[in-house]
Design a protein around this ligand. Structure first.
Ligand code: NDP
Length: 248
């Protein structure tokens, strides 16, 4: 496999890079030439597999266990990544959790866990990484079309993803003077462990997607690679839906 070089020399940190969309992002940024650090919650075997895949393709990658819901662990994971990479040019906050619960079923614990990983973890992690992000850096947050659309039993998850997009818009303004660009990618339904493209829920979703299929993790990674690369140099504070038209 020949490496492209749009991100040659760049250092990228991808949270939740052990599986699903995060693993695809890590592999794609590596294929584009970046050196990669990933974090993961507990699945060391999957994290090691992502690293091995990148190394077999000729790239360089490191993996660090860091529970995004634990601020101290999140900060420690960022510090380990910075020690390995030297600096961060591209920060991708992908780690996320979704818990299906109607309002009757919802609880303080489900609320706190989803906001803890999806919002506070991202907030803690970005503040920890910021001193190590050079001018011209990119911060890409993985939100969801659920931040714009209501689906049954996903209100709290949707609220976390609306918060993600709001943080990106605000941070884009805070960091513009340093030419650090901040954007959100909002996937629609993507076939991963979180949202497998089979079963009753998937069939209902597919009926509502104009392109009539789930997306792939690689299709999300392609959008992230674009926002991380030289062609996105005038894009900040935006949300890019990669969703088969479901939010149109
Ligand atoms: P998966 O469940 O397949 O993978 C989740 C990844 O996040 C894993 O690498 C997991 O690590 C990591 N992770 C989970 N919890 C934590 C935590 N507390 N601390 C650190 N890492 C954690 O999810 P997807 O790939 O589907 O989702 C990735 C992102 O995309 C999420 O933010 C999700 O909300 C978003 N998204 C997904 C959609 C979909 O349809 N799949 C649609 C829209 C948005 P480990 O392997 O160790 O458990």
């Amino acid at each position: 496999m020949s490496l492209q070089t749009t991100l040659h020399g760049k250092k990228a940190l991808v949270t939740g890079g052990s599986r699903g969309i995060g693993a695809a992002i890590a592999k794609r940024l590596a294929a584009d030439g970046a050196t990669i650090a990933i974090t993961y919650a507990g699945n060391k075997a999957a994290a090691d597999a992502t690293v091995a895949s990148i190394e077999q393709a000729g790239g360089t990658a490191f993996a660090f266990q860091a529970d995004a819901a634990d601020p101290a662990a999140q900060r420690a994971g960022i510090e380990q990544a910075v020690a390995a990479l030297g600096q961060i040019d591209i920060l991708v906050h992908n780690a996320g959790v979704a818990a299906f619960a109607s309002l009757d079923e919802d609880s303080d614990a489900l609320f706190d866990h989803q906001f803890g990983v999806n919002v506070k973890g991202l907030h803690v992690g970005t503040r920890a990484a910021l001193p190590h992000i050079a001018e011209g850096g990119r911060i890409i947050l993985i939100g969801s079309v659920s931040g714009e659309l209501a689906f049954p039993s996903t209100a709290t998850y949707s609220a976390t993803k609306a918060a993600v997009a709001a943080l990106a818009r605000g941070w884009a303004k805070d960091l513009a003077a340093r030419n650090i660009l901040v954007n959100t990618v909002q996937p629609g339904p993507v076939d991963t462990d979180m949202n497998p493209a089979n079963g009753d829920f998937a069939q209902q979703m597919i009926a509502a997607i104009p392109l009539r299929r789930y997306g792939t993790a690689d299709e999300i990674a392609g959008a992230v690679a674009f926002l991380a690369g030289p062609d996105a140099s005038y894009i900040t504070g935006t949300t890019l839906n990669v969703d088969g038209g479901v939010a149109a």
